[in-house]
Design a protein around this ligand. Structure first.
Ligand code: BGC
Length: 772
C-alpha cells in the first residue's frame, strides 16, 4: 500500500516537474517583487559579482569609463549597475549631484541638448531654513533625473562643515547636524516623490578634501555619534533614502565602506535603514571586506574587484549568504527604479518651469548680514556696479557638484532686467575687461579637467577714474566678491578665505569715494563658504551673501536688492573673526597650487601612510565643539553667529509656551512683523543641558521653523516639536550609549544662536533614555 502511494506521488511529482519545466520554457524567470529569493537562487556567482561591481570596467560600451562613464545609456552619468538580461534585471543609472543633475549636455551626432537646471548650492538651500522649499527644489532635480533616464541621484551631500576651508562645503549644508540632517531629509523627500532615488553622502566624517582617499579621521565616539553621524541619522530616519554612499576616508583606522560598525551595526541595526549602500567612486580597497561590511555596491567598478569577489567565493573566505545579502538589496533597489518599471523618459523636462523654482529658492536663501539704511534699493536707483564677479557670477561649484546648465544670469543681466540703470562708464569698462579676460582664459579653460576649480577673471586694474565717475554720477555702489571651489581641493587662507589685496583695495577706494559723496556701498558675497569679514566690512553699508545661487542667480539677487523679496536666509555656519579662532585647527593648510589633484599626492593603494598629520590622519581634537558649539561655550566673539540673518523688516517674538506630552515636547511662540516690509522669519530653538552636566555646549540647536510671509503688523504662532530623546548625549566611550541628563534643561528661542530673547525650563526627573 505504502509503495503504491509512493509510486503515485512520484508520478504526480514527475508530472508536475514536467509541467513546471514546460511553463518555465514558456515563461522565463524574470525579476519581480514576489520572486527575489528565486532570482538570487538562480544567479551564478559571476552574475552576483557583476551586480555588485559597477559596469564601468568590462562592458564594451562602457570602455570610456572615466568615473563611471555610461555613454550609451545616459551620457555623462556617473555609473550604472550591471544588467542581467536573462533574469530581467535592468541596470540602475546613477548621476550626480546636489545642485542639479550632472549629465553631458550634448551627444555625438545628436542635435538635441540635454541641459539640466542649475539650482543654488546646498549651502544656500540650508540657509533658507525652509524644508518645504528644499523639497520643492529636490522635486525639480528628481523630475529632471527621471526625464533624462537617471534612476538614482548622487545627492544630497550632508557632511558637517567642520572647517570653513573644506573644498566641498558648498555642496554641504551646515556646521550643525540637526540643520544638515533636516535639510537633507527634505531634499530626499522632494527628489524621491518624483519616483527616483537619492544617495545621501558621504557617510561619514568626510570633512576635508586633501588626501580624501587616504586620510584617517580620528575622533571620539561621542563626536562621531553626536556630530558626524547625527546628520545622517536624521536624514535616514526622516526620509528613507534609496541609497547611502559611503565616503572615501578612513574613520578611526577603518575605511568607511569596509566598516561593519558604520554600515551594518549603526546604519541598519540602530537606525533601521533598509536601502542599499554604495561606495563613493573608487572608495575603499578591499571588495571582500566591503561586501562583508554590508556595502552592497562598488562603483564605478574595476575588474580586479570582480575577480576578487569570485576568488573569495571560491575559496570560502566570502560566503554565499554574505554576498546574497548585498545582491538582494540591489535587487530591491532595481525594483524601485523607473527603468525597471519601463518608464519612458522624455529627455525633455520643463526647464523653464524649473528655472522659476531655482530663482525663487535662491532669493530665499540669501543672508543679509548688515544693512545700514541702504537696502532695498529704489528701482530708480542708478547703480555703479563693480567687481568682476558682478559680470561673471559664480553660479555653483565644480567637480561632481557641478551642473551643465543652459545659462547663467549674471548680476549685471539681472539688474538690467529688473529695470535698474547701470552707470554706463563703469559698465562698459567691465564688460570690455571681462571680454578680454574670457579670451585670455578660453584656451586654458578648454583643456582644464572638469573636476578642477574654475579660473576666475582678474579684477580690473585701472579703475580709479571709473570709481570717481561712479561716485559722481550714481546713487549707490554694488561690489561683488566671488569665490569658486571644487571637490578634491581644500580652500586656501590667502587669496581665498581672506579677500585678495585687489579686492580689498577695490572696496576701500569705492567706499572712500562714495561715502565722500554721501552715497552708500553694498557688498555682495557670491561665495562657496565663509570668507573673512572683520577687516573690511566697516567700509560697506550693506553686506549680503548670495552664495552661489545657481543659473538664475542674477535675477534672484536683483529681486532681493529691489525689495520684491525680503532676504530671509540665516547663516548655517558661523563667520569667525579670524581663521585662528576656528576650533578645528587640525586641517591641511598651504598645500602649494601645483595644479595637480592634491587628493592623490600622498595616497597609495598598497601602503597606508600614517606620518603626515592632517594629510594621512586628522585628529579631531575639538571633539564635539564644532562651530557655534565652541564659540558660544568658550565665549569667543564672532563676526556673525550661527543662525544669524536680517530681513528688511523687524520681528518681535513673544509668549513662549513649552508643553510636554510624554516623550514629545512642543514649544510655541508668537511672531509678529513689527517693521515695514513683508518678510519671513526663522525661529530657532536651542537647548542647554542642566547646570553641572559635565562637558556640554552652551547651546545646541534642537528645532527650527520658518514662518510664512508676514505682512507689516501681521503675526502668527509657530510650533517646534521635539522628542526628549533628541536631548540625549553619548556617554561612556565606544561601548557607551545615549542618555538624557536629569534636571532643569533650559530651552531658548530666538533668531540666532546668540540672539535668544525667550527661554523656559523643562524639568526632567529621571533619564528616560533614548528611543531608537
Ligand atoms: C564624489 C561623489 C560623486 C562621485 C560620482 C566622487 O568623486 O566624491 O560625491 O557622487 O564621484 O561622480
Amino acid at each position: 500500500m505504502y509503495n503504491y502511494f509512493k509510486t503515485v506521488a512520484l508520478c504526480a511529482a514527475l508530472l508536475l516537474t514536467a509541467a513546471d519545466a514546460g511553463a518555465a520554457r514558456r515563461k522565463p524567470l524574470k525579476l519581480s517583487a514576489a520572486n527575489i529569493d528565486e532570482i538570487v537562487a538562480a544567479m551564478t556567482h559571476e552574475e552576483k559579482a557583476n551586480l555588485i561591481v559597477g559596469m564601468s570596467r568590462s562592458f564594451s560600451d562602457a570602455e570610456r569609463a572615466d568615473v563611471g562613464y555610461t555613454e550609451r545609456i545616459v551620457a555623462g552619468a556617473a555609473g550604472t549597475t550591471y544588467p542581467v538580461e536573462r533574469l530581467g534585471i535592468t541596470p540602475v543609472v546613477f548621476a550626480d549631484g546636489p545642485a542639479g543633475v550632472r549629465i553631458d549636455p550634448r551627444r555625438e551626432g545628436d542635435e538635441k541638448t540635454y541641459f539640466c537646471t542649475g539650482v543654488p548650492i546646498g549651502t544656500l538651500l540650508a540657509a533658507s531654513w525652509n524644508d518645504e522649499l528644499v523639497a520643492d527644489v529636490g522635486a525639480v532635480i528628481g523630475n529632471e533625473a527621471k526625464e533624462y533616464g537617471v534612476d538614482v541621484l548622487l545627492a544630497p551631500g550632508l557632511n558637517i562643515m567642520r572647517n570653513p576651508l573644506c573644498g566641498r562645503n558648498f555642496e554641504y549644508y551646515s556646521e550643525d547636524p540637526l540643520l544638515a540632517g533636516k535639510i537633507a531629509a527634505a531634499y530626499v523627500r522632494g527628489v524621491q516623490r518624483e519616483g527616483v532615488g537619492t544617495s545621501v553622502k558621504h557617510y561619514a566624517v568626510n570633512n576635508q578634501e586633501i588626501n580624501r582617499l587616504g586620510n584617517d579621521a580620528r575622533l571620539s565616539e561621542r563626536a562621531l555619534r553626536e556630530i558626524y553621524l547625527r546628520n545622517f541619522e536624521i536624514a535616514v530616519r526622516e526620509s528613507d533614502p534609496w541609497t547611502v554612499m559611503t565616503s572615501y576616508n578612513y574613520v578611526n583606522g577603518e575605511y568607511t565602506s569596509e566598516s561593519r560598525k558604520l554600515v551594518t551595526d549603526i546604519l541598519r541595526g540602530e537606525w533601521g535603514y533598509r536601502g542599499a549602500v554604495v561606495t563613493d567612486w573608487g572608495g575603499g580597497l578591499d571588495a571582500v571586506k566591503q561586501v562583508k561590511a554590508g556595502n552592497d555596491m562598488i562603483q564605478p567598478g574595476m575588474n580586479v574587484q570582480y575577480e576578487t569577489l569570485l576568488a573569495a567565493l571560491k575559496d570560502g573566505s566570502l560566503t554565499e549568504p554574505e554576498i546574497d545579502r548585498c545582491v538582494r538589496r540591489i535587487l530591491e533597489l532595481v525594483l524601485r527604479t523607473p527603468r525597471f518599471s519601463g518608464y519612458r523618459y522624455s529627455d525633455a523636462p520643463d526647464l523653464e518651469a524649473h528655472a522659476a523654482v531655482a530663482r525663487d529658492a535662491a532669493a530665499e536663501g540669501m543672508v543679509l548680514l548688515k544693512n545700514d539704511a541702504t537696502l532695498p534699493l529704489d528701482c530708480s536707483a542708478r547703480i555703479a556696479l563693480y567687481g568682476v564677479g558682478s559680470y561673471a557670477f559664480t553660479a555653483g561649484g565644480r567637480g561632481s557638484g557641478d551642473v551643465n546648465k543652459p545659462y547663467v544670469v549674471d548680476l549685471r543681466d539681472g539688474l538690467l532686467r529688473s529695470g535698474f540703470t547701470l552707470n554706463p562708464a563703469v559698465d562698459s569698462l567691465y564688460v570690455e575687461w571681462i571680454r578680454r579676460e574670457n579670451e585670455r582664459l578660453a584656451p586654458i579653460r578648454a583643456v582644464r579637467p572638469w573636476y578642477l576649480y574654475d579660473l576666475r577673471p582678474n579684477e580690473v586694474r585701472e579703475i580709479d577714474s571709473a570709481i570717481e565717475r561712479g561716485a559722481a554720477e550714481s546713487d549707490v555702489a554694488v561690489i561683488t566678491i566671488s569665490r569658486t571651489s571644487a571637490e578634491a581641493f581644500d580652500r586656501h587662507i590667502e587669496r581665498d578665505y581672506l579677500l585678495r589685496s585687489d579686492e580689498t583695495a577695490l572696496i576701500k577706494s569705492v567706499s572712500r569715494a562714495f561715502r565722500a559723496a554721501g552715497k552708500k556701498v553694498v557688498v555682495m558675497l557670491n561665495i562657496c563658504g565663509v570668507v573673512e569679514m572683520a577687516s573690511w566690512q566697516d567700509m560697506a553699508d550693506a553686506v549680503m551673501i548670495c552664495w552661489q545661487p545657481g543659473q538664475e542667480g542674477g535675477n534672484s539677487v536683483a529681486a532681493v536688492l529691489a525689495g520684491e523679496v525680503s532676504p530671509s536666509g540665516h547663516l548655517p555656519m558661523t563667520i569667525p573673526v579670524r581663521y585662528a579662532d576656528v576650533p578645528a585647527q587640525n586641517f591641511p593648510l598651504n598645500v602649494p597650487e601645483t595644479g595637480l589633484n592634491q587628493s592623490y599626492e600622498h595616497y597609495s593603494t598598497s601602503v597606508k601612510y600614517t606620518d603626515i598629520p592632517n594629510i594621512d590622519y586628522t585628529n579631531y581634537e575639538e571633539d564635539i565643539y564644532v562651530g557655534y558649539r565652541y564659540y558660544a561655550t568658550a565665549g569667543v566673539p564672532v563676526s556673525y553667529p550661527f543662525g544669524f540673518g536680517l530681513t528688511y523688516s523687524e520681528f518681535e517674538l513673544s509668549d513662549l509656551k513649552l508643553e510636554r506630552d510624554g516623550e514629545k515636547i512642543t514649544a510655541s511662540v508668537q511672531v509678529r512683523n513689527v517693521g515695514k516690509h513683508p518678510a519671513k522669519q526663522v525661529v530657532q530653538l536651542y537647548a542647554s543641558a542642566p547646570e553641572g552636566t559635565p562637558d556640554r555646549p552652551a547651546v545646541e540647536l534642537k528645532g527650527y521653523c520658518k514662518t510664512a510671509l508676514l505682512r507689516p503688523s501681521e503675526s502668527c504662532r509657530v510650533s517646534i516639536a521635539l522628542r526628549i530623546g533628541d536631548l540625549a548625549i553619548w556617554q561612556g566611550g565606544e561601548t557607551g550609549g545615549w542618555s538624557v541628563p536629569a534636571g532643569e534643561w533650559k530651552i531658548s528661542v530666538g533668531t540666532s544662536s546668540e540672539d535668544l530673547p525667550l527661554s523656559g525650563t523643562l524639568t526632567l526627573q529621571e533619564p528616560p533614555g533614548r528611543t531608537n
